[in-house]
Design a protein around this ligand. Structure first.
Ligand code: PMP
Length: 392
């Protein structure tokens, strides 16, 4: 039976990680893996999370099952961060905890399928796991252009999709810090998207995996909130793995916005049933730590300060790359300063990417995506010089 299985290609990024680890050059630069790094190249545990974990260790008296919804205190503590002061919109937003943002995306797509969605429109390039999840749930993924070559978002493409959409369509939109392009919609573009969604049968699925890493915690949620203010129904997938640095603890949440509070029990019971069938219940530890941080004034402030520090460093990398444009002819860098989050796409061809790796020990995804957090005060000049070399 299992002899029917065909090889499936390994994840290209995981292969790159192995290649990077095997490279013995001391000045090697990893721009592949999608995690935040400090100026020392580390991905430390947040101080606020460490403190919360210690408290959890001291106070937690049982590890008995919580249920498919996970830690409701976590799910609710997060809501004002995502949705603002009117976090439940009068009982019209509710959620469940999920294993990371990936689990939240999975739940959103699976719930959309139960609600009658058959196609999901995805702006490309996108997070490489979006289309596999959509297809694994058995839905059709239909792609449109997310971005223009000049570093702006292709607004006409997304509006065209929304306006032509039919009953049974969903559209997946990144809330902020678009992965992999870094290209977010402007405020005006979000207004146009929200207006178009309000007049369309399409179900918005909003994926928020980087809140706080773009221009600010509130700012990064503004587009999502504009959409939710206008549409009757939406699904939201949220990850705490970047903005709380909890990657391997798999911390996320899925929320549904419904038109009437009376529709919420059906939405949540279906979400719980799908969670049960997929992973039974989410891992507890990271979500519990986030709950402790968000409910404690001092820890919450510490977390906000740590997140500010991350964002400022990312903005410094972007400004430094943009400022180096004159040194690098042929690779557009100036617009990186306007973009947000961990990622950017460099329009390099396969030979240039291979040359960066072989001659300069600079590792990046074959698509040209770089994780800008891999650049530090210690290596950014080397990277700029390497880029100038391969571009010239
Ligand atoms: N959505 C997007 C856009 C992502 O980039 C990622 C991965 N970083 C996820 C969802 C999944 O997040 P997590 O690691 O929490 O599963």
């Amino acid at each position: 039976m299992l002899d029917r299985l065909q090889d499936t290609p390994p994840d290209a990024l995981l292969a790159l990680i192995a290649q990077f680890a095997a490279d013995e050059r001391e000045d090697k630069i990893d721009l592949g893996v999608g995690v935040y790094r400090t100026d020392d190249g580390a991905t430390p545990v947040f101080g606020a999370i460490k403190a919360a974990e210690q408290r959890l260790w001291e106070e937690q008296v049982s590890k008995s099952y919580l249920g498919p919804e996970g830690d409701r205190g976590f799910v609710h503590a997060l809501m004002p961060i995502i949705f603002g002061s009117d976090a439940t919109m009068g009982g019209r937003i509710e959620g469940v905890q999920t294993p990371g943002g990936t689990g939240a995306v999975r739940l959103a797509i699976a719930l959309a399928e139960r609600a009658g969605v058959t196609r999901v429109h995805v702006g490309t390039p996108s997070w490489p796991n979006h289309i596999p999840i959509i297809e694994d749930v058995g839905l059709e993924a239909v792609t449109f252009h997310h971005s223009n070559d000049d570093g702006s978002a292709d607004l006409d493409a997304v509006l065209g999709i929304i306006r032509q959409a039919r009953e049974g369509d969903a559209v997946l939109i990144h809330a902020c810090c678009h992965n992999p392009s870094g290209i977010d919609y402007t405020d005006e573009q979000w207004d146009a998207i929200a207006d178009a969604l309000a007049d369309s049968p399409v179900l918005p699925i909003i994926d928020s995996a980087y809140q706080g890493l773009g221009t600010g915690l509130e700012e990064d949620a503004a587009g999502l909130r504009k959409v939710l203010a206008k549409v009757p129904y939406a699904l939201i997938a949220y990850s705490c793995d970047k903005n709380f640095g909890l990657y391997r603890d798999r911390v996320g949440a899925f929320y549904a916005k419904v038109a009437e509070p009376a529709q919420m029990p059906a939405a949540m019971s279906n979400a719980a049933a799908l969670a049960r069938a997929n992973w039974s219940m989410p891992p507890d530890h990271g979500g519990a730590a986030v709950r402790i941080v968000l409910r404690d004034e001092d820890l919450r402030q510490q977390w906000l300060d740590e997140l500010d520090g991350m964002r400022q460093r990312l903005r410094w990398v972007r400004a430094t790359l943009a400022g180096a444009q004159k040194k690098v002819e042929g690779v557009p860098l100036a617009h990186l300063e306007e973009q947000n989050g961990l990622f950017a796409m460099l329009p390099l061809n396969k030979d240039q990417i291979a040359k960066l790796r072989e001659d300069h020990a600079v590792y990046m995804a074959g698509s040209g995506r770089i994780n800008i957090a891999g650049l530090t005060k210690g290596n950014i000049d080397k990277f700029i010089a390497a880029l100038a070399d391969v571009a010239g």
